[in-house]
Write a protein that binds this ligand. Structure first.
Ligand code: NAD
Length: 355
């Protein structure tokens, strides 16, 4: 439908949430309510290009605050809730899982309960179009061997506190759909990359360390495989799932770009070799900085996505190819140091690798 909707986005100051809100404000006429706690990972600078728009509203708050959510739902009457707020970094979840349990599981529960109450009070016309979209990860499926792809029917086998907390949230969402008839859609996506990603994640981390002449830590043998998708391709998929996905169903989203971590880091180094003329002292090839470190405990070897369902049902296709997407992403970080300045020094956990 082309009608103007009101969309409540949780976690809209994060990496993917901010890309989603830029898309919704710039390319649709919907109204967006952004509910975000502004943890270390939330950054309103990612939204400066749209924050003055009259269709955009920011609410500083926690998804675990049931009263706040109920008030927001009554005040703004959203047609769609897109739930992205989460603790998202695997290494942090290994060091301390409490926030992951709280936000990812309890927070999702609070949001579901508030939406259930809100939904029950809607008139039938509005009930017919209301949707709760839960945004999740392919990591809930655990790891793959050398072959095979995750489908929407793959069994749940999460390995880390992060992926276990996301898996728990997925189960809650499905239960609220089955038991309470809350109209939900879900999506599970592979590794995202692109501008505005917090510099604890692989690509911005490696870039910043390389430019500083610091060693580039690679977990284990670096042969772990991830499927990479540009964040702008992901948020176009999210918008389609939220609007047109079949109720109660899940859509896998992936880029068909399987790369080992070592290949990604090598590719970044080679790009930097050609575009950074002013290299750190003693460095003539950034690959010199690559250093193998002890593997992450429970590290999954391979993730890969079968995205044929969303491709066929919703006519979605990734548009960005990894090589050019990576090049433009690196350029963006190099040209926008004011976005991440301060983050590099305040980030407690910058020695890790992939999420
Ligand atoms: P992010 O860490 O960059 O952003 C998370 C946002 O949520 C931040 O703005 C943070 O302030 C906010 N937040 C955290 N706890 C909150 C709370 N209790 N209440 C309100 N807001 C809170 O994460 P991201 O990479 O943008 O990921 C967004 C979603 O997509 C997550 O649910 C994640 O599991 C999922 N996902 C991410 C990837 C990826 O590659 N990054 C891939 C698949 C799925």
């Amino acid at each position: 439908t082309h009608s103007n909707k009101t969309i409540l986005v949780t976690g809209g100051a994060g990496f993917i949430g901010s890309a989603l809100i830029r898309l919704l404000i710039n390319e649709t006429s919907h109204t967006v309510i952004n509910l975000d706690k502004l943890t270390y990972a939330g950054n309103l600078k990612s939204l400066t290009s749209i924050s003055a728009n009259r269709r955009y509203h920011f609410i500083h708050g926690d998804i675990c605050n049931s009263e706040l959510i109920q008030r927001l739902l009554s005040q703004y009457n959203p047609d769609i809730v897109m739930h992205l707020a989460a603790e998202s970094h695997v290494d942090r979840s290994i060091d301390g899982s409490a926030e992951f349990i709280q936000t990812n599981i309890v927070g999702t529960y609070c949001l579901l309960e508030a939406c259930r109450n809100y939904f029950a009070r809607l008139d039938t016309e509005k009930q017919a179009t209301f949707r709760f979209h839960h945004v999740s990860t392919d990591e809930v499926f655990g790891e793959l061997g050398d072959t095979g792809l995750f489908t929407e029917n793959s069994p749940y086998q999460p390995s880390s506190p992060y992926s276990a907390s996301k898996a728990a949230a997925d189960h809650l969402v499905r239960a609220w759909s089955r038991t309470y008839k809350l109209p939900v859609v879900l999506s599970n996506c592979s590794n995202n990359y692109g501008p505005y990603q917090y510099p604890e994640k692989l690509i911005p981390l490696v870039l910043h360390k390389a430019l500083a002449g610091e060693s580039l830590p690679i977990y284990g043998d670096g042969q772990q495989i991830r499927d990479w998708l540009h964040v702008e391709d992901h948020v176009r998929a999210l918008y389609l799932v939220a609007l047109r996905g079949k109720l109660g169903e899940t859509y896998n989203i992936g880029g068909g770009n399987e790369k080992t971590n070592l290949a990604v880091v090598t590719e970044i180094c080679e790009r930097l070799n050609t575009c950074i003329l002013d290299k750190p002292p003693g460095i003539d090839d950034f690959k010199q900085l690559i250093t193998f470190v002890a593997d992450r405990p429970g590290h999954d070897r391979r993730y890969a996505i079968d995205a044929s369902k969303i491709e066929q049902e919703l006519s979605w296709q990734p548009l960005q190819n990894f090589e050019s997407g990576l090049a433009s992403t690196l350029n963006w970080y190099i040209n926008n140091p004011e976005w991440y300045q301060g983050l590099m020094s305040s980030a407690a956990k910058l020695d890790g690798q992939t999420r």
